[in-house]
Design a protein around this ligand. Structure first.
Ligand SMILES: C[S@@+](CC[C@H](N)C(=O)[O-])C[C@H]1O[C@@H](n2cnc3c(N)ncnc32)[C@H](O)[C@@H]1O
Length: 145
């Protein structure tokens, strides 16, 4: 039995005001250390818990917005795991739904990209080890200066 591919999400249903206060006490789940992070749920076809060595996230788009960069880079670096981090709930939901739809419409593709909702300003070191990320695109340069 063939399954019907998921439709792409429509941005108009995911609009949210442009600013989210990074100092506010949002309630985020986050790993205690990068070793505690379980990436299988994000990259199910590429990361396998039972496998000895797994690829790690190498490209990070911090403040990824609607995820345009991730979806553009995905087919260009199919073996590289990329992660978008976004603080706004509806915007991160859009990126997650978009990736799910792209995967369902293009079997075997877009497996190397994922998005999670988090406050990069607070939790970035909980996700990545020193030297792990080879390409970091940060829309939040003022936080890192
Ligand atoms: C100027 S927009 C850039 C969006 C996208 N990278 C682009 O180039 O189109 C900045 C994005 O960073 C997100 N953002 C701001 N503070 C953040 C934080 N502390 N952690 C994660 N994302 C954050 C905002 O919600 C917004 O989507």
């Amino acid at each position: 039995m063939s399954t019907i591919p998921m439709a792409l999400p429509q941005k108009r249903y995911y609009r949210q005001r442009a600013h989210s206060n990074p100092i506010a006490d949002h309630c985020f789940d986050y790993p205690r250390t990068p070793d505690d992070m379980d990436w299988c749920a994000y990259y199910p076809e590429l990361v396998n818990k039972d496998q000895g060595s797994n690829p790690v996230v190498e490209f990070a788009d911090i403040g990824c917005g609607y995820g345009g960069l991730l979806t553009t880079l995905s087919p260009l670096f199919p073996k590289t795991l990329m992660l978008g981090m976004e603080i706004r709930v509806k915007v991160s939901d859009y990126v997650m739904d978009r990736i799910a739809a792209l995967r369902s419409q293009n079997p075997g593709q877009y497996q190397n990209i994922a998005c999670l909702r988090s406050n990069a300003m607070k939790y970035l070191p909980n996700y990545f080890k020193k030297g792990q990320v080879s390409c970091l695109k940060a829309a939040l340069l003022h936080f890192f200066s």
